[in-house]
Design a protein around this ligand. Structure first.
Ligand code: ADP
Ligand code: MG
Length: 676
């Protein structure tokens, strides 16, 4: 049924609702209230206080109207009273509201109490005629839809509930019984119009449960990479990894060694490895990846490592060439940027097994790329890749071992949800001798000093990043842009070599700029967050972030991680619009901590997981009621159920699981389309 069929909702209102995504009554039911007005209690006028939101039941004693000075509008004034006292009630647009009231009659008003000249009053409260039947109620307050009153929204949700359209159950009865959750019908009624607090809680629990249930089921199903039993590759039990570690110019940290032992165990066992390695920026994930690849190559197998950008891939290539110099291990490089002839040669050699380790960008998952005996697949900076890409790469071998690396610290609890059945290793230690990055949150007034400081570092031969939230200046958004910064840098530092990089540029242009910066032929780089990932330019020691309040915590942490990668003391300046409370708090957290996990937890708390991850990248659908930061305990309950169900019926083929499959598909889209 369409909302336009509800009495009082004409074509104009229906059009406005449509813009907010509400077309049918069913849509309205999933437009959950974000808060409630508690009208379950009538407050006697004598107990009414300034600042309170309350519900009063009064009789109108006097109606008058007057012109409000400065407003040019006629106001309606009611003097109303109950047995305990009198209160004044004002409405704008007297001509419109006059008709609604009659003296001597009784009405209920709900609104905020303020103090006027003549004592306490309510300005423009909601009201209804007092029918004499007291209906205690907790009323929903919906996200505003422009041009539509809360009354209208309530009317629509009320009629939706009366139609009982969405009352259809979405979870199997046995699960409802076992988990002691309420029916969907009860939940919808009570999320919109709770009978009381208890009913509301039960309703909310049920809806959160349901959402997390489908989320977890879908993620488990999507994330499952052929992890079937024991049919993976068992690498030889040997000293390869320890030998490799000993060959490095530095000693691996305890954390790196611990993670490598975990990887070694996985590789030597017959079950295919599915491991996520989390390590803060600069924790030395590359060496860990290299050691694993070394082990694979020593056993006569091929390995591949995929990185999200051309520059990062070629940096890895250079690093690996250095590390593997005296080993006889053959390394290949593949990206869309290399010449056709070179590319053909790499593809040939791969197929014949004449390349042991392939490093590259997304180009490595293209169809033409064939391996002779791919046994180890590594993706670096996992958050830039989707699950599908990881799976496509893995499909190039026969149940290869899979390692995914990420510098985006993900609270462990959440990682379990996101990465389904991946095992998790954490490199929770930085190599020794790293200097703490001096981090300062400063106001825009300090901008000149900050840039002067950066200029002095350039005098010392160092390089500088300046990051802004936008690509181009925008009228709609009051924030700095990389292009704008670039232009002003050119003016301000004519003696310096400046450059610009942002996501709107062609890949090749971006790569060229990044390479020039890495080579040291650029002093100041104005950029957007495109530089956030992975790259390693140890000579860059100053990071300036404009409008830092516009970035999330995890992002700020990543950006800061671009400096402090060499011997020199590094600096990070967060230029923060001091009017943004949230921005200030974020900047303070970043300035006070360099612990990526702590920052990630805070980020999750402050922003909610959707934004935290950029839902799309993780294939994490938008959640409407559940909040992964707050509902972990429910999620833990849900996960156990989901595991049991999927264990018995991995593809949800049995009739009794049909409802679950439908719910998952509603959330994720058709699973067959997603390549499951
Ligand atoms: P990330 O984890 O961010 O990918 P990298 O692997 O790029 O970090 O390592 C950052 C820097 O630290 C590199 O220059 C690398 O050579 C160096 N490094 C890695 N491990 C160690 C170690 N155990 N001791 C000293 N330096 C190390
Ligand atoms: Mg890295």
């Amino acid at each position: 049924m369409l909302v336009s069929e509800v009495k009082g909702i004409g074509p104009k209102k229906a059009g406005l609702l449509k813009q907010a995504g509400i077309v049918t009554l069913e849509d309205m039911l999933s437009h959950y209230p974000y808060t409630y007005e508690d009208r379950s209690k009538i407050t006697p006028v004598k107990d009414v206080q300034e600042g309170m939101n309350c519900y009063i039941r009064v009789s109108v004693e006097k109606i008058s109207s007057y012109f409000a000075r400065g407003r040019g509008k006629k106001m309606l004034r009611l003097l109303a009273a109950d047995d305990t006292g009198t209160i004044e009630i004002l409405f704008f647009r007297a001509s419109f509201y006059e008709r609604s009231f009659r003296a001597e009659e009784s009405y209920c008003f709900f609104g905020r109490v303020s103090r006027g000249k003549g004592g306490l009053m309510m300005v423009h409260p909601e009201f209804e005629k007092d029918t004499g039947i007291f209906t205690p109620s907790i009323l929903p307050v919906y996200r505003t839809v422009k041009g539509i009153s809360q009354k209208d929204l309530r009317k629509i949700s009320m009629s939706a509930l009366e139609q009982e359209i969405s009352a259809e159950e979405t979870l199997p009865g046995r699960l409802i019984e076992k988990s002691r959750i309420c029916s969907r019908e009860y939940a919808l009624k009570n999320i919109h119009f709770p009978e009381d607090r208890m009913a509301f809680r039960r309703a909310k629990y049920r809806l959160v449960y349901e959402e997390l249930f489908f989320l977890q089921t879908g993620l488990f199903m999507k994330g499952r990479v052929s992890r079937s039993g024991q049919n993976g590759i068992s690498f030889s039990h040997n000293r390869a990894i320890r030998d490799f570690a000993a060959s490095l110019p530095y000693e691996l940290t305890d954390a790196q060694m611990r993670v490598l032992r975990e990887i070694e165990n996985d590789m030597e066992s017959a079950a295919p490895m599915q491991r996520l390695v989390q390590g803060d920026v600069g924790s030395g994930k590359t060496a860990v990846a290299a050691a694993a690849l070394y082990k694979a190559a020593e056993d006569g197998f091929q390995g591949v490592m995929m990185a999200p950008t051309e520059l990062l891939a070629s940096q890895h290539f250079e690093t690996f060439r250095e590390m593997f110099r005296n080993t006889g291990i053959r390394i290949g490089f593949l990206s869309s940027g290399i010449r056709a002839g070179e590319r053909r040669e790499v593809l040939e050699k791969l197929k014949r097994g004449e390349i042991d380790i392939l490093i590259g960008t997304h180009a490595v998952i293209q169809e033409k790329v064939e391996f002779r005996n791919l046994a180890l697949v590594i993706t670096d900076e996992q958050h830039r890749f989707g699950v599908e890409q990881r799976k496509r790469l893995a499909a190039k071998g026969k149940n290869p071992d899979v390692l995914v690396m990420t510098a985006t610290p993900i609270p462990r609890t959440l990682a379990v949800v996101l990465f389904g059945d991946l095992d998790i290793s954490v490199i929770d230690e930085l190599p020794p001798g790293r200097k703490k990055i001096e981090t300062r949150a400063v106001s825009p007034r300090a901008r000149k000093a900050v840039y002067d400081f950066a200029d002095a570092r350039i005098d010392e031969g160092r390089q500088v990043y300046v990051v802004a939230p936008l690509i181009e200046d925008s009228e709609a958004v009051d924030a700095a842009s990389a292009s704008g910064i670039f232009r002003s840098l050119q003016k301000r530092f004519p003696h310096r070599r400046t450059a610009l990089v942002h996501g709107g540029m062609k890949q090749q242009e971006k790569d060229a700029v990044m390479r020039a910066f890495a080579d040291g032929s650029i002093d100041i780089l104005a950029a957007t967050v495109v530089i956030e990932v992975g790259i390693n330019v140890p000579n860059a020691t100053t990071m300036i972030i404009e409008n830092a309040e516009r970035f999330g915590l995890a992002q700020l942490h990543q950006l800061r991680g671009r400096v402090g990668r060499g011997e020199d003391q590094s600096y990070c300046f967060l230029i923060t619009d001091s009017e943004s409370e949230l921005g200030k708090r974020r900047a303070e957290i970043i300035a006070s901590s360099s612990d990526g996990f702590y920052i990630a937890e805070k980020d999750l708390e402050m922003r909610g997981p959707g934004e935290f991850f950029g839902t799309r990248q993780h294939g994490l659908p938008e959640l409407t009621v559940a909040d992964l930061a707050r509902h972990m305990p429910i999620l833990n309950v849900v996960r156990e159920e989901v595991k049991d169900i999927l264990q018995a019926d991995p593809m949800l083929r049995s009739p009794e699981n049909r409802l679950i499959l439908r719910g998952v598909e509603n959330m994720f889209g058709k699973l067959s389309d997603a390549g499951i």
